[in-house]
Ligand binder design. Structure first.
Ligand SMILES: *[C@@H]1O[C@H](CO)[C@@H](O)[C@H](O)[C@H]1NC(C)=O
Ligand SMILES: *[C@@H]1O[C@H](CO)[C@@H](O)[C@H](O)[C@H]1NC(C)=O
Ligand SMILES: *[C@@H]1O[C@H](CO)[C@@H](O)[C@H](O)[C@H]1NC(C)=O
Ligand SMILES: *[C@@H]1O[C@H](CO)[C@@H](O)[C@H](O)[C@H]1NC(C)=O
Ligand SMILES: *[C@@H]1O[C@H](CO)[C@@H](O)[C@H](O)[C@H]1NC(C)=O
Ligand SMILES: *[C@@H]1O[C@H](CO)[C@@H](O)[C@H](O)[C@H]1NC(C)=O
Ligand SMILES: *[C@@H]1O[C@H](CO)[C@@H](O)[C@H](O)[C@H]1NC(C)=O
Ligand SMILES: *[C@@H]1O[C@H](CO)[C@@H](O)[C@H](O)[C@H]1NC(C)=O
Ligand SMILES: *[C@@H]1O[C@H](CO)[C@@H](O)[C@H](O)[C@H]1NC(C)=O
Length: 386
C-alpha cells in the first residue's frame, strides 16, 4: 500500500523530531498527560491528553508494542477492528481521549500523545521548525483470571455470589453494582463475595456486577434471568367506532423479550399482514394498532405474549368499542336540553304577549300567522274599498 509506505516514512521523520520536554516546543505545552494503567483482557481502557498553544495544537496518538522489532505507529479512530475510538476537541485548547475496548494482550505497550501547532507538522518533505511534544503512558493488559458467578434462591432470599481464582494482584475490597448504582461495598481481601436480596427472582431480574477491587480491578456479571413478566399498559382500553385502537404491553424484566405475539379470544393470532392490525414491538414493549375499529368485530379480550429463552409471559387487555353516536350522546343531550329550554321560554313569552300588547301587533308565531294574513287581507280589502 502506497499510503502505508508514506505513513512509515512519516513515522520515521517524526520519531526523530519528537521532543519529550514540554518546554522545547515553543508555544505548545501539555496541561494533562495520559496515565499508565493495568487492565484485564476484554476490559477497556481510556487515556486522556490535553494541550495548550497558540495556534491551538493538533493532538495525535501513537503506539509502540512490546515486541522489540516494533516501531511507533499512529492510531486513528476506528483502528484495530474498530476497537479504538479517538474523541478530540479543539476549542480554546486541545483535548483528546483515546479509548480501546475488548482489550487483548497485543494492546499492551506504550501509548504516546503528541501535540504540535507547527504549520509544517504533517508535511512529509518539509521538516517542521517547531517539534512535536510527546507524553507517554504504558498500558499493561493482563490475562483475565477465572471468575465464577452464581445465583441461589432459598427461603425467599436470593444470594448472588462471585469467586475469583488466582487474582493477578491482591484484592483490596468488593463492590456490587446494579443499573450503574453501587449496592454494597467492603474492604475485605477475600476471593469470594456475595450479595443477598430479599424477594423472588421475578421481582429482581437484571444484570448485577461483582467487582474485586485491586490493580487491575476484576469484575464479573451475575444475571438474574426470568421468563417475561408481561404487563398491560392499561388493562382496559376504549375506542370509538372507525378510529384506530392502540393496545400496549410492556416487559420490565430481564432478559428482553425475543418474540412478541398478539391474539384475541375467539380469533387466534393477529397477524401484521392482515391489513387492519399493525404490530410494532421492541425488547421492552409491544404495540397493537387496530385500524377502523368495529363494534361487533373488535370488542373483546386481547392477549399479548412475550417469549424469551426462559419462557413465556402474557397479559390481557380488554377493548371496548363505542359507537360514534355514543360519543355524541353527551353533546346531543346538551343540545336537546338547550332546545327544550328555548321552547319553554318561547312558549312562556308567547302566552304572555297577547295579554299585554294591543291585538293588531303580534309576534309572528306559526299558529298566529294565518291571523296575520287575515289582518293584511282586511287592510287590503279596506284600501280597495277606499
Ligand atoms: C516482529 O517480529 C515477529 C517475530 O518475532 C514477526 O512475526 C513480526 O512480523 C515482526 N514485525 C514487524 C513489524 O516486522
Ligand atoms: C467527546 O468529548 C466531548 C468532550 O469531552 C464530549 O462532550 C462528547 O460527548 C464526546 N463524544 C463522544 C462521541 O464520546
Ligand atoms: C472480544 O475479542 C474476542 C477476540 O479477541 C472476540 O472473540 C469477542 O467476540 C470480542 N468481544 C466483543 C464484545 O467484541
Ligand atoms: C465460592 O466459594 C465458596 C466457598 O469456597 C463456595 O461455597 C461457593 O459455592 C463458590 N461459589 C461459586 C459461584 O463458585
Ligand atoms: C448477562 O447478561 C448480559 C446482557 O445480556 C450478557 O452480555 C452476559 O453474557 C450475561 N452473563 C452471563 C454470565 O450469563
Ligand atoms: C408490522 O408492520 C410495521 C409497518 O408496517 C413494521 O414496522 C413492523 O416491524 C411490523 N411488525 C412485525 C412484528 O412484523
Ligand atoms: C414503532 O415504534 C417505534 C418506537 O416505539 C417508533 O419510533 C416507530 O415509529 C414505530 N413504527 C411504527 C410503524 O409505528
Ligand atoms: C427498556 O425501557 C427502558 C425504560 O423503561 C429504556 O431505557 C431501555 O432503553 C429499553 N430497552 C430496550 C431494549 O428497549
Ligand atoms: C399466548 O398465551 C396464551 C395463554 O397463556 C397461550 O394459550 C398461547 O399459546 C400463547 N401463544 C403463543 C404464540 O405463545
Amino acid at each position: 500500500m502506497a499510503a502505508g509506505a508514506a505513513g512509515r516514512r512519516a513515522v520515521l521523520a517524526l520519531l526523530v523530531l519528537c521532543s519529550m520536554a514540554a518546554g522545547a516546543a515553543g508555544t505548545t505545552g501539555f496541561i494533562k498527560s495520559p496515565l499508565s494503567q493495568k487492565r484485564l483482557t476484554q476490559d477497556s481502557v481510556e487515556l486522556y491528553c490535553e494541550a495548550i498553544g497558540n495556534p491551538i495544537p493538533e493532538i495525535q496518538w501513537w503506539f509502540e508494542g512490546n515486541d522489540p522489532n516494533e516501531t511507533y505507529a499512529q492510531l486513528w479512530d476506528g483502528a484495530r477492528q474498530d476497537r479504538v475510538k479517538i474523541n478530540a476537541t479543539y476549542n480554546l485548547h486541545s483535548t483528546s481521549t483515546i479509548s480501546i475496548t475488548n482489550l487483548t494482550a497485543e494492546d499492551s505497550g506504550m501509548y504516546e500523545c503528541r501535540a504540535s501547532n507547527d504549520p509544517d507538522r504533517n508535511h512529509l518533505s518539509k521538516s517542521p521548525k517547531v517539534k512535536w511534544i510527546c507524553s507517554q503512558a504504558n498500558v499493561f493488559v493482563i490475562e483475565r483470571p477465572e471468575l465464577t458467578a452464581q445465583v441461589t434462591e432459598s427461603s425467599g432470599k436470593l444470594i448472588l455470589s462471585c469467586n475469583v481464582s488466582a487474582p493477578p494482584s491482591s484484592i483490596t475490597g468488593h463492590k456490587w453494582i446494579h443499573k450503574g448504582k453501587t449496592l454494597v461495598e467492603d474492604n475485605d481481601g477475600g476471593v469470594s463475595t456475595s450479595y443477598t436480596i430479599d424477594g423472588k427472582r421475578e421481582e429482581h431480574s437484571g444484570v448485577y456486577e461483582c467487582v474485586f477491587e485491586g490493580n487491575p480491578p476484576i469484575s464479573g456479571q451475575v444475571n438474574i434471568s426470568v421468563a417475561p413478566q408481561v404487563t398491560a399498559y392499561k388493562k382496559s382500553e376504549h375506542g370509538n367506532e372507525g378510529d384506530t385502537g392502540v393496545l400496549v404491553c410492556k416487559n420490565p424484566s430481564f432478559p428482553a423479550v425475543t418474540t412478541w405475539s398478539w391474539s384475541k379470544s375467539g380469533h387466534g393470532a393477529l397477524e401484521n399482514a392482515s391489513g387492519r392490525y399493525i404490530i410494532n414491538s421492541s425488547g421492552n414493549k409491544t404495540e397493537l394498532r387496530i385500524l377502523k375499529l368495529d363494534i361487533e368485530q373488535d370488542t373483546g379480550d386481547y392477549f399479548c405474549n412475550g417469549t424469551n429463552s426462559y419462557g413465556t409471559g402474557d397479559a390481557t387487555v380488554n377493548l371496548r368499542v363505542r359507537s360514534r353516536l355514543a360519543a355524541l350522546w353527551p353533546f346531543l343531550g346538551i343540545v336537546a336540553e338547550v332546545l327544550v329550554l328555548v321552547t319553554i321560554i318561547f312558549i312562556y313569552e308567547k302566552r304572555r304577549k297577547p295579554d299585554e300588547v294591543p291585538d293588531d301587533d303580534d309576534g309572528g308565531s306559526a299558529p298566529l300567522k294565518s291571523n296575520a294574513t287575515n289582518h293584511k287581507d282586511k287592510n287590503v280589502r279596506q284600501r280597495n274599498a277606499n
